[in-house]
Write a new protein. Structure first.
Length: 553
């Protein structure tokens, strides 16, 4: 296996891998050879002819990395990352050749797929991973007219037969896929296979039954996605909306669970948008483009407005005037679902109209230099606009990427009166390590020009020494910041000229370097406001405020 995708396998995984790779298992996937596709779905996602040109010349731009390969199939080289290789084997890039059209595009794509079939027509532990296999079946189905229309009958038969064998394998493993986005797309791919391939009624029924179960487990009552990631929320909504369109085009009934999930998830996507139309940065999310988000919402056809508070997802949205605050007030997801979760409880982001003011650092694109280090750093509490105690994160990040120690008790309340909003949260993420409880209050006035907060630490666990803390407010790179000579005020100037002032009581204010990774490109230099102090037991309170400059009295 490529170095980029090497990992430790459990004994059970090794046994399953040995079985799937055996000749006997290959025989078990045999069945009637399809003569054609029963249904060809329309790919709702637009392709780009320019990207087809680049791919034609061997420039494979996947997951923010470009690898140029000449005269060698790209899957035979050492990939820059697992994400790059997954996108290659997922074949979603076929839509660019569909957009380009013409005999040259058709010939190139068929030749590429023919080469792939020579290497991967039998089970492969990565290329046949359920989520990747599902993406590939969907992509091949949507590109069916370009792939199947061939005078090479041997290639055509091998393609259709391999699709059928992959579908049979997916029917066996989709429900066993690790919980989260991978299981969702595996089940969606199974539904597609039942629609697209002949005699797929049993797979279709199984896929729809599994979809009911997965949606009940992964879509929370308030419409949030179980991983608590805005990026996962958007991706899941897009996949579900595309599936609904495919079912309708095939004149199939849309399950009530699917329609209800779409109707609930779309408002939560709007919930996570800042004034610039892009996503907030929690739990591995990046900004994404406003155009892409608009497209997904149009595909969903669900007009619901965002909630002010999402108690099941653990987020709150405070909106007044031109000011918007989105706050993480919930516990991390459990177990394997936390593989990309951040230790950002209590963190918030703040935008003024289209300008971001307070942000979280976000995570690095997977193929940027030192991406692993940046990604690990971006998950720590210190990379979020929240409090850190003793330079320790509120949740422990294990070697396998999942969260170990996490808060066991998280509470949150919300009050609104005459347009004023107060959110109060409490968590015990530092109780096991330091015997300390962290409480945070966030207040937004009715006009949006006065934001006030307080961070309160209680308890001490009988420690002999004072415990240092730092309250961070990461600023967007476009924000210009300067601190007064006496260190009491930080003057802030937004990109479009609005001025704000930051003050604090209960700790020393400094202006320090930070980094912003949320745009998906290379890291950008930024600054952060830091309030530093020590907790000596009992109760320690720090009060702080952001006030619009013209609103300062």
């Amino acid at each position: 296996m490529h170095k980029a995708v090497q990992r430790r396998f459990s004994p059970g995984e090794r046994l399953r891998g040995a079985w799937y790779g055996s000749r006997l298992y290959g025989y078990s996937l045999r069945g009637k050879h399809p003569a054609n596709l029963a249904h060809v779905p329309t790919d709702p996602w637009p392709g780009e002819a320019a990207r087809a040109d680049a791919l034609f010349h061997g420039d494979y731009a996947f997951a923010d990395a470009v690898v140029s390969v000449r005269d060698t199939p790209p899957w035979r080289i050492e990939p820059p990352s697992e994400a790059w290789l997954a996108e290659l084997h997922g074949f979603s890039w076929l839509r660019h050749f569909t957009a380009q059209g013409g005999p040259a595009a058709k010939s190139h794509v068929q030749g590429f797929v023919k080469n792939w079939l020579d290497d991967f027509a039998v089970w492969h532990e990565f290329a046949w991973r359920p989520d990747i296999l599902a993406r590939r079946l969907i992509a091949w189905s949507c590109a069916g007219p370009m792939l199947v229309a061939s005078n090479d009958l041997i290639y055509r038969s091998k393609l259709l037969n391999t699709m059928a064998r992959q579908a049979r394998h997916l029917a066996r493993v989709a429900g066993q896929t690790p919980d989260g986005p991978a299981r969702l797309i595996a089940v969606i791919g199974l539904v597609y296979s039942g629609l697209v391939l002949p005699e797929g009624e049993k797979r279709l029924a199984k896929g729809l039954a599994l979809l009911d179960v997965v949606l009940a487990a992964q879509v929370l009552p308030d419409g949030g996605y179980v991983t608590r990631s805005p990026a996962d929320q958007l991706a899941a909504l897009g996949d579900l909306a595309a599936l609904r369109r495919t079912l309708l085009a095939a004149q199939r009934e849309v399950p009530e669970s699917l329609q209800n999930a779409i109707d609930r998830m779309a408002p939560m996507v709007r919930f996570f948008r800042h004034g610039d139309g892009r996503l907030c940065l929690f739990n591995g999310a990046w900004e994404d483009s406003a155009e892409h988000i608009d497209f997904v919402l149009s595909l969903a056809e669900a007009p619901g407005k965002p909630l002010s508070g999402a108690p099941h997802s653990g987020f709150h949205r405070l909106k007044a005037g031109r000011s918007l605050i989105i706050a993480d007030c919930g516990a991390p997801p459990p177990g394997a679902l936390s593989a990309h979760a951040h230790a950002g409880i209590g963190a918030f982001e703040m935008s003024i109209a289209r300008d971001r003011l307070v942000v979280n650092c976000g995570v690095a694109a997977p193929n940027r230099p030192e991406a692993a280090r940046w990604r690990a750093a971006g998950r720590a509490s210190a990379a979020h606009s929240t409090l850190t105690l003793d330079n320790t994160s509120s949740s422990a990040i294990l070697e396998n990427g999942c969260l170990g120690r996490v808060p066991s008790e998280v509470t949150c309340t919300r009050q609104e009166e005459d347009g004023r909003i107060l959110v109060e949260l409490s968590h015990d993420g530092y109780d096991k390590t330091h015997g300390v409880i962290h409480r945070r209050r966030l207040f937004l006035d009715a006009g949006g020009g006065d934001v006030r907060g307080a961070d309160v630490l209680t308890g001490h666990k009988g420690r002999a020494r004072a415990i240092p803390f730092a309250i961070r407010f990461h600023l967007h790179p476009d924000v210009m910041a300067s601190i007064s000579q006496n260190g009491e005020i930080v003057m802030l100037r937004l990109r479009r000229g609005a001025g704000w002032e930051f003050r604090a009581l209960g700790g020393a204010i400094t202006l320090e370097a930070s980094v912003y990774l949320g745009a998906g490109g290379p890291p950008r230099r930024a600054e952060q406001i830091v309030i530093a102090g020590v907790h000596e037991g009992g109760e320690t309170a720090v009060k702080w405020s952001f006030k619009r400059a013209e609103a300062v009295s």
